[in-house]
Write a protein that binds this ligand. Structure first.
Ligand code: ASP
Length: 306
């Protein structure tokens, strides 16, 4: 199977993925962190856009499952010589990969890749489209921290306009019974946002009763050549940046990373015990191991999981 959109998964599939992740989280606490689950399988990570967490966690996830893992980045590959995405994928297909983990700056590139490969394609972020594995690791972090997801309240704050994480998380969080609201200046909300059916607020007062404040990164690199959606970063951080003083007791903070200290949140909040940012990274490895296993599971009968 492929994982292109968070909508590709049912509630039951997400829950089963989390049970598998629990097992892999336990594996990560062992002195020897490797299991034979994907021995003999080939995983290609094709990253045409910058990444730290997603690439390292998918690479480590594949290696800990004993897969053969190859990384391809746009710079240094034939893509920089003008090779088309189709030709790059067809070339790699000669090696008969089992899993293709792909990040691309164009919405829809991962879905297109499914036409040219027999591998299971996993979307690791397609432009401002979706980032389903981020959504799954965030849900898993919430489940580890709070237990039951149903009825939780989460505010997603900031640059919704350019965020694929916001798109996947709004739909994925709601699917799992979480009450989601958006907070930020109207210039950072995409056109047609009302059709998503989530309440939208301009003011941080809307955070008063939420369990979690999910901050989005201000995506400056996507603004090239366009009118900036906020007058200045200083202004943004003054009005929408989060500091420990703006949090209520019991509230937790999440962020997909990379964080801009002093923009979306103050440095002391990033380092505060109420921040789940590094907990998310830890969850990400276990969840991505589970994803690699589950996308191949239909063909893996008889393989021991752990
Ligand atoms: N790392 C996330 C992404 O790739 C979030 C971000 O870059 O702001 O979309």
């Amino acid at each position: 199977m492929h994982l292109i959109s968070i909508d590709d998964l049912s509630v039951e599939q997400i829950e089963s993925l989390f049970s598998t992740s629990d097992g892999f989280l336990e594996v990560a606490s062992r002195p020897i962190k490797k299991v034979p689950t994907l021995r003999g399988r080939t995983q290609v990570n094709m990253f045409f856009e910058a990444s730290t967490r997603t690439l390292t966690s998918f690479e480590l996830a594949g290696k800990r499952l004993s897969a053969d893992v190859v990384n391809i980045k746009a710079s240094g590959s034939s893509v920089s010589k003008g090779e088309s995405l189709k030709d790059t994928i067809l070339t790699l297909e000669s090696y008969r990969p089992d899993i293709l983990v792909m990040r691309h700056d164009k919405v829809g590139a991962c879905r297109m890749a499914t036409r040219y490969t027999n591998a299971s394609v996993v979307n690791a972020g397609d432009g401002a489209g979706e980032h389903p594995t981020q959504c799954l690791l965030d849900l898993y972090s919430l489940r580890r921290e709070f237990g039951d997801l149903r009825g939780m309240k989460v505010a997603i704050v900031g640059d919704v306009l350019r965020s694929r994480v916001a798109r996947s998380n709004i739909f994925g969080f709601r699917k799992m019974g979480i009450d989601v609201r958006l907070v930020g200046p109207s210039t950072l909300m995409p056109p047609g946002v009302e059709r998503w059916g989530v309440p939208i607020y301009e003011d941080l007062d809307a955070l008063h009763d939420v369990d979690v404040v999910y901050l989005l990164r201000m995506q400056m690199e996507r603004a090239k050549g366009k009118v900036p959606p906020v007058p200045s970063l200083r202004e943004y951080s003054r009005l929408w940046g989060l500091s420990p003083a703006r949090l209520r007791p019991g509230q937790r903070v999440m962020h997909p990373g990379p964080i801009n200290r002093g923009v979306e949140l103050t440095g002391d909040l990033a380092d505060d015990a109420r921040s789940l940012i590094l907990h998310q990274v830890e969850s990400g490895l276990a969840v991505r191991m589970a994803i690699l296993y589950h996308v191949l599971a239909p063909h893996s009968e008889g393989d021991g999981l752990i």
